[in-house]
Design a protein around this ligand. Sequence first.
Ligand SMILES: NC(=O)c1ccc[n+]([C@@H]2O[C@H](COP(=O)([O-])OP(=O)(O)OC[C@H]3O[C@@H](n4cnc5c(N)ncnc54)[C@H](O)[C@@H]3O)[C@@H](O)[C@H]2O)c1
Length: 388
Amino acid sequence: MTYDLLRSFGRRIRWGMVGGGIDSLIGEVHRLSARLDNRYELVAGAMSIDPDIAHETAAQSLIAPDRSYTDYREMAQREAAREDGIEVVTIATPPHLHAGIATLFMAQSIDVICEKPMTCTLAEAEQLRRTVQDSGRLFALTHCYSGYPMVREARARVRAGAIGKVRQIECDFVAGSFLVEEPERDKRHWRFRPEFMGKEAILGEIGTHTYHMANFVSDRLPVALSANMSILTPGRETYDDVQIVLKYADDVFGRMWLSFTAAGNEHGLGFRIHGTEGAVIWQQEQPETLVLQHADRPAERLTPGHPDRLTPEGMHACRLREGHPEGYVLAFANLYRDFADTYFAKALGAGHMPELGHFPTVEDGVNTMRFYEATAKSNDRSGAWIEL
Ligand SMILES: NC(=O)c1ccc[n+]([C@@H]2O[C@H](COP(=O)([O-])OP(=O)(O)OC[C@H]3O[C@@H](n4cnc5c(N)ncnc54)[C@H](O)[C@@H]3O)[C@@H](O)[C@H]2O)c1
């Protein structure tokens, strides 16, 4: 890892958060990830819908009281008016707020790191893409699983032809963690209330991660899909199990299974991509191991931290020497680090630096929302093939 760009820039990025309070699932993961590489300083936030929790979260992060806000609109305006206002904001609210908040901050020349799903609809995603392009701001989408060293290694190997020509792409996210009896309607989390992301909310919650992962590693986008969605939990109003078949160009096929009801499973994200000469296989709960299978010889078990055994792309995402597990927060932090280094390079006029690595962009957000709408449409038409 290099600190050259940080040293040339001379200070940390002034960073703010909207959502992600201590009443949230994901907020603390963002704060841990941003702290890891010393590139951000959390100086402002409107971090909860509940004013007391917003202020308590800010106090725990040592944010000055006058920069702890209870309204993100006021935060955008007041931060933009300050000499030392924030330069980057993370949006970690429920999804129906993402597009509006991102647009508001970009209008104040503030770059954006946004949680997935990027928006609620494809139209909103396309509008947001125009806003990003017109404003020239940096925009990252936190499909955090693409930050794992062995996921980046898999992508690099597939790109380099290690499994031959890609033929079958399978990616699943089959969680058991939401296997609960549905509570009364007004006590349900927004994830399970159709008024926020529709009856198909599962596609935003885990489908966008899965779709992004399949595209990221296989380095291709499908051209059509056929989907069937079910509600397996009594009393639930949103789908909790999804089966999708995908077609790609050149006779490549894919399959995706998304579920909140896979009894016995914990998180359940993984992929298996086969080509004419082998396969790459990875499971998020054992993220240190990438299995590289060969048709003509025994499989290889690749692990992080070996500069002589991994590609530069895989090594770029490794921080520790071999045999020292890295895990979820370091993978998430890779997105924060790559975004910060891109920010520094842009500010320093260093031009495009491909070695800075990858973070998902607004383009990925448009693709995932296209997938979202096509899947819902196919399900409404009893699994009819829908073009993407
Ligand atoms: N990248 C990942 O792996 C990952 C994991 C979990 C959740 N997420 C995504 O992160 C987002 C948040 O999910 P979560 O599970 O943390 O949700 P959550 O319901 O647990 O937390 C939402 C947070 O947003 C705050 N909030 C709501 N309205 C707000 C407003 N108007 N102003 C300021 N703050 C507001 C809430 O108070 C809370 O702090 C979602 O888009 C979700 O899909 C991503």
